[in-house]
Design a protein around this ligand. Structure first.
Ligand code: ADP
Ligand code: TYD
Length: 210
């Protein structure tokens, strides 16, 4: 039987550089002979598509509905028998995921009670806990500059006020869960290559251990 792969999650406020960094980490791991799969939440499955429409403002939904849909999308992402994350991990792949339950703790907790969000995500946490959550930290000001310069569309959570609350909610959740979750905070306001080097060194030394 193959060794189970590692589950590495990237978190951060919008525009923090997560998707840039996850790709760079995958390239570095592949060079070391580690088979990696990149994935993201919300997914592009049935529930995930609905979430993308809510996030763009195309569909309106009560924040409680959005919070519940994120849980449903996540459970499908974990367990789907065709392309679920558990299946990839069991096949020995290292899975790198753009956002997971800390995104719900941070974003949904600004709109619905955080105890509910944590409780509703318990099935996810019990089924699949990340080997590490890498938080790429940037200020909401820098995030808004990047979003406004680099994108044609702006999503519902992308205002400086909202991202300030979200960043605070991330840190509150990290503190609350410090005994059960492995979180690595990385300064994301540096040169892309320097950040990538730090993340790869950390992951190879502490998570993959080769
Ligand atoms: P996220 O996935 O967190 O939204 P992205 O990786 O898409 O973030 O990055 C958002 C934008 O910021 C992109 O245009 C990207 O090229 C740019 N960017 C990413 N990392 C950095 C960095 N360290 N310094 C400056 N710009 C960056
Ligand atoms: P993403 O596509 O990663 O946006 P970005 O590249 O700008 O970071 O995520 C889309 C949005 O979904 C983002 O604003 C955060 C939000 N989100 C939640 O609110 N809760 C969640 O559980 C997840 C996974 C994402």
């Amino acid at each position: 039987m193959k060794n189970r792969g590692k589950f590495i999650v990237f978190e951060g406020i919008d525009g923090s550089g997560k998707s840039t960094q996850m790709k760079l980490l995958a390239e570095r791991l592949e060079k070391k002979g580690i088979k990696t799969r990149l994935t993201l939440e919300p997914t592009y499955g049935l529930v995930g598509e609905t979430l993308h429409n809510i996030l763009s403002g195309k569909i309106k939904a009560d924040p409680k509905v959005t919070a519940a849909l994120f849980v449903a999308d996540r459970l499908d992402h974990i367990t789907n028998e065709n392309d679920g994350v558990l299946k990839s991990l069991e096949a020995g792949e290292t899975v790198i995921c753009d956002r997971y339950y800390f995104s719900s703790y941070a974003y949904q907790s600004t709109e619905v009670p955080s105890e509910w969000v944590v409780e509703a995500n318990k099935l996810c946490a019990d089924s699949l806990r990340p080997d590490v959550t890498i938080f790429v930290d940037i200020s909401p000001q820098v995030a808004m500059e990047r979003i406004l310069t680099n994108r044609d569309t702006v999503e519902i959570y992308e205002t400086e006020e909202k991202l300030t609350k979200v960043r605070e909610a991330y840190f509150a959740a990290f503190e609350k869960m410090k005994d059960t979750e492995n979180v690595k905070i990385i300064n994301g306001e540096r040169n892309i290559e320097k950040i990538a080097e730090d993340i790869a060194d950390f992951v190879i030394e502490n998570i993959i251990q080769i």
